[in-house]
Design a protein around this ligand. Structure first.
Ligand SMILES: CC(C)(COP(=O)(O)OP(=O)(O)OC[C@H]1O[C@@H](n2cnc3c(N)ncnc32)[C@H](O)[C@@H]1OP(=O)(O)O)[C@@H](O)C(=O)NCCC(=O)NCCS
Length: 224
C-alpha cells in the first residue's frame, strides 16, 4: 500500500521535541525546512510539498480501498468485533447509505490509497436522531503518525456541523492508543461491559464512551 517510507519517524520527533522545542505536526512526515518547523499545516496535506497523506470525505470511488482497509484492520483480530470485513456488497451499501444520509465519513489517503477511515452513523430511531455511532481504523503501517487524530478531528467537526449532539463508541479495554485518542477529543467513559469480548485466552471489557457536542445549542428538553 505504501510507496515510500517517511523519513522522520515518531521517535525522531520526540528527540527533536526535547532538543529543539519542535512542535510536531499531526499531518506531515518527512524532513521539514527548519524555518517551517513551528507552522502547523491547516489541512491534512503536507505543507512542505510532500503530499504523503490527506484526509477527506469518502466518495464512491473509495469503496474498494475502504473495504480492503477495513478488512486489513479486522484481520488483526485485536480491535474490531469481527476478524474480517463484511462482504464487499454490504460495505458498498454502508458507504452509499452514509453518503446519501450525509453521515460523516472520512478517509485518509496516502500515495492515493485509502489507509484509514472514520465514520459516524446517525441513528434513525425517532428519539435518537441526535446520536451517532463512531467507528475508525488506520492500517497498521500508517499508525502513530497523526492520521487517526486528523481523521477523528475531521469527522467530529462534520458531525458537529450536521447537528449530531452525541457521539457514542465502544472500544476494547486493551486498546490504550484508541482510548487516549478518544479522551483527548472529548470522549468520556460512561460505562463498561464486563467480559464482553474474548480474544484467544484473554477476557476483555468493552468501554462505552461518548462525547456531547461542546456548546449550548442542545434542545431544551422538559424534565422526565
Ligand atoms: C486507534 C487508531 C485509529 C489511532 O490512529 P493513529 O493514526 O495510530 O493515531 P495517531 O497517530 O493520530 O495518534 C493518536 C494519539 O495516540 C497517541 N498514541 C500513540 N500510541 C499510543 C499508545 N500506545 N498509547 C497511548 N497513546 C498513544 C499519539 O501520541 C497521539 O496523541 P496526540 O493526538 O496527542 O498526538 C489506530 O491506532 C488504529 O487503527 N488502531 C486499530 C483499530 C482500532 O483500534 N480502531 C478503533 C476501535 S474502537
Amino acid at each position: 500500500m505504501r510507496g515510500r517510507e517517511p523519513v522522520l519517524h515518531k521517535s525522531s520527533w520526540q528527540r527533536l521535541e526535547r532538543t529543539q522545542k519542535y512542535v510536531p505536526s499531526s499531518d506531515c512526515f518527512g524532513p521539514a525546512p527548519p524555518h517551517k518547523l513551528f507552522n502547523r499545516p491547516q489541512s491534512g496535506t503536507c505543507q512542505w510539498g510532500r503530499k504523503l497523506h490527506k484526509v477527506r470525505a469518502i466518495t464512491e470511488a473509495d469503496i474498494p480501498g475502504f473495504w480492503e482497509t477495513l478488512d486489513a484492520v479486522a484481520r488483526e483480530s485485536s480491535f474490531l468485533r469481527s476478524a474480517e470485513a463484511p462482504p464487499f456488497a454490504a460495505v458498498q451499501d454502508f458507504v452509499l447509505g452514509n453518503i446519501e444520509a450525509r453521515n460523516p465519513q472520512f478517509v485518509a489517503l496516502a500515495d492515493g490509497q485509502v489507509v484509514g477511515w472514520c465514520d459516524i452513523v446517525r441513528s434513525t430511531a425517532t428519539h435518537e436522531r441526535h446520536c451517532g455511532e463512531l467507528g475508525m481504523g488506520v492500517r497498521s503501517d500508517w499508525r502513530g503518525r497523526g492520521l487517526g487524530r486528523s481523521l477523528l478531528e475531521a469527522t467530529l467537526a462534520e458531525a458537529d456541523a450536521r447537528g449530531v449532539l452525541r457521539v457514542e463508541l465502544s472500544v476494547h479495554s486493551d486498546n490504550p492508543r484508541a482510548i487516549a485518542l478518544y479522551i483527548r477529543n472529548g470522549f468520556i467513559e460512561e460505562g463498561r461491559k464486563l467480559g464482553a469480548r474474548i480474544k484467544g485466552n484473554a477476557v476483555l471489557d468493552v468501554l462505552l464512551m461518548a462525547r456531547l457536542r461542546p456548546d449550548e445549542h442542545w434542545p431544551l428538553i422538559g424534565g422526565a
